[in-house]
Design a protein around this ligand. Sequence first.
Ligand SMILES: [Zn+2]
Length: 250
Amino acid sequence: MSTFKARGIIIKETLVGDNDKSLIILLKDYGKFNVWAKNCRNSKSKLLAGSSLFSYADFIIYDNGRSLTLNQIDIIENFYTLTEDLDTLAYGTYFLEFVDKNTQEATPINDIMLLLLKSLLILSKSTIISPKLIAKIFEIKFLQLNGYMPIINNCSYCNIDIKNEKDLYWGNNGVVCKKCQNNEQFLLKISPNIILVLKHILSSKVDKLYNFNVSENILNELALVSKKLLNAHLYTNLKSTSFIEELENI
Ligand SMILES: [Zn+2]
């Protein structure tokens, strides 16, 4: 039995009984854990303010060997501005669910935690870059940090350098040349600009990721490329996705 302190962010909450919550917290250096927040919904509880989704804080946690219980929360950032706008709230919720459904418990994933925090921060503060573009950059960088690197310099079938190719397509593992287009069903036709955007995303560190913008056409193309990659390599049946799709079609 022990008590430990760790910095983290609450990525899922489930109400239990009248006053409790079961939380999933992504903790720096530890990974994702289920933590009980007992009595946290009581108006007199010292856990009331910090035991909600998006809460980034220093948590003091008691481990009895079988389960973890929250003792104290010192809030660093609660991303409150995210919740004031329907769009940013929907995308923020999507990022949390995306990370929860595509990561293992008890495995340190500091790089993914940094990506999540940076993405939420940009989402809550930036007026220049749209939530949809933030989401597409987030998805592609997540795939890379999760160990999956799309092939973008050579055809993913015949390995030919695509620099001089006029017609480019996108498949499950990356770019495909004209000659190889019959190797895969449902290929997307893509423009060379998409390759430049992907290169930027894949070669940038997380803190330099969100420093560019694209036209509406390129963004829509990027969304299709990302969707194809996610469907092939990650768990994508998320509750929050359908809400975002509704928002984007308004
Ligand atoms: Zn080829």
